[in-house]
Design a protein around this ligand. Structure first.
Ligand code: LLP
Length: 434
């Protein structure tokens, strides 16, 4: 985060707080989120898209990381919120998030989830199947309301990190197919339902994307469908949601685009397409999660053991074991994700040596940072910080091996407070009623 600095003594500080103090007061491991950094990234997205599009909606994707405090930050910075389960909706409502600024996603929302969303008055339901169109229209009709829906469209663009395939195979669970014609069929179905109001089309093409031309292809394909809908039904859809997926830098090799450039590029292409088709500019929305939450947070661990392992060829790798691992950050194990780390609790002038930071779980794939150069004298009791853990770490955390989940600490202006408390063994045992 922006406010992380090394003091003169070489100790890492965040928002003016020494990490050793954080460890002493709150224990390790702990997720440390810089409130100012989170808020300023949220605002930067909102401002960049509002400027480039002359008004646009930015939904924060709560799946990246959500708790009531974060929902309040998002609301205060003027963003909307994307939730994709009853649980995420419950957090948002408990935080007092304005329901009309919430969009509900998911490929298999239950009747209970849809009912709750309608009763709360959420702004958008993004429908994902014909079963769901029938379900939402029935539930809305029974309540005497009109539900505002968007159609999740599979645009045939699949993008991850550095590459995208513009004719991606359609064999996946989300959305209605553009190429296969079910998207157009969904439009017909919805326009015929008096209890449904069709606001627009939605697509989400992947996550941790750097190559923004993939968004442009998606936008172009969706606008082609806008045009077809106008030609067939005489209806011009008012909204266009291009989902999330903007990549962040996990290591020094990654070089993401700033939101202003992203927004400007997307606006240019959408304006051009609309002009070419004679369409009015739709209200555009996007749903960044990782790009807002990811860089705002680091995880603070304590080193427990250090082991030197000889590799083929005689080189040595140090295995530095920390007090968490794949339960608080499963991304290396799940996606082969790369992270970096740094010795946080002191200065060391020792020679940097190849190290692998691993967790305390009973699997050899329990890796936190695959390759990092750490000072040769790293030893038990040292603190290590892993940056970029604000997205899909706490939200994907699990209790494998009955290891309780770490707390989330929000730091700001020299003070730290717990926004999610540390899970305890008692919390885990409370579920075990046998
Ligand atoms: N909108 C929709 C409909 C989504 O499905 C997602 C993410 C987002 C927005 C936010 O995407 P973001 O801007 O955060 O990339 N667990 C994986 C990422 C899964 C993303 C799922 N959908 C990971 O840790 O890399």
């Amino acid at each position: 985060p922006a406010t992380v600095q090394r003091g003169e003594d070489g100790v890492l500080g965040v928002a003016g707080i020494d990490v050793r103090k954080l460890a002493e007061e709150f224990g390790t491991p702990a997720y440390v989120v810089d409130e100012v950094d989170f808020r300023s990234r949220a605002r930067a997205f909102a401002d960049a898209f509002a400027t480039a599009f002359d008004g646009a909606e930015v939904y924060y994707a709560g799946k990246a990381f959500l708790c009531t405090e974060v929902a309040r930050w998002v609301a205060e910075e003027g963003l909307s919120l994307d939730v994709c389960s009853g649980g995420e909706l419950a957090v948002a409502l408990r935080a007092g998030f304005p329901p009309e600024r919430i969009a509900l996603h998911g490929n298999n929302k239950s009747i209970a989830e849809l009912s709750r969303a309608l009763d709360a008055g959420v702004g958008r339901i993004v429908v994902d199947s014909f079963d769901e169109i029938a379900r939402v229209s029935q539930l809305a009709a029974a309540r005497g309301v009109r539900a505002t829906v968007m159609i999740r469209v599979t645009v045939g663009v699949e993008a991850h990190t550095h590459e995208y395939i513009a004719t991606a195979h359609e064999d996946q669970k989300f959305g209605f197919s553009l190429a296969g014609g079910t998207a157009a069929q969904a439009v017909r179905r919805i326009l015929a339902e008096p209890s449904l109001e069709l606001a627009g089309l939605h697509s989400h093409i992947g996550s941790q994307i750097y190559d923004t031309s993939a968004f442009e292809v998606a936008a172009r394909r969706l606008l082609d469908l806008h045009k077809d809908i106008r030609d067939e039904h005489g209806v011009e859809l008012a909204e266009l949601d291009l989902g999330g997926g903007y990549g962040i830098a996990y290591t020094s090799q990654d070089d993401p685009q700033p939101p202003e450039e992203l927004a400007a590029g997307m606006a240019a292409i959408i304006r051009h397409e609309c002009a070419a088709h004679g369409l009015a500019m739709p209200r555009v929305s996007v749903e960044p999660g990782r790009a807002i939450a990811g860089p705002s947070t680091f995880t603070l661990y304590e080193v427990g053991t250090v082991k030197a392992v000889e590799l083929d060829g005689g080189a040595v790798r140090r295995y530095v074991s920390v007090d968490g691992g794949m339960s608080d950050n499963v991304r290396a194990a799940l996606y082969d994700a790369d992270y970096s780390c740094t010795l946080a609790s002191r200065r060391s002038d020792a020679e940097p040596v190849l190290a692998r930071v691993v967790g305390k779980h009973c699997e050899s794939g329990d890796i936190v940072v695959k390759d990092e150069f750490l000072p040769a004298d790293v030893e038990p009791g040292d603190l290590v910080a892993v940056p970029g853990t604000g997205a899909y770490c706490r939200s994907l955390a699990n209790t494998y091996n009955h290891v309780p989940r770490p707390p989330v600490l929000a730091v700001r202006d020299g003070t730290a407070r717990v926004i999610i408390r540390r899970e305890t063994e008692d919390d885990l045992l409370a579920l075990d009623v046998g």
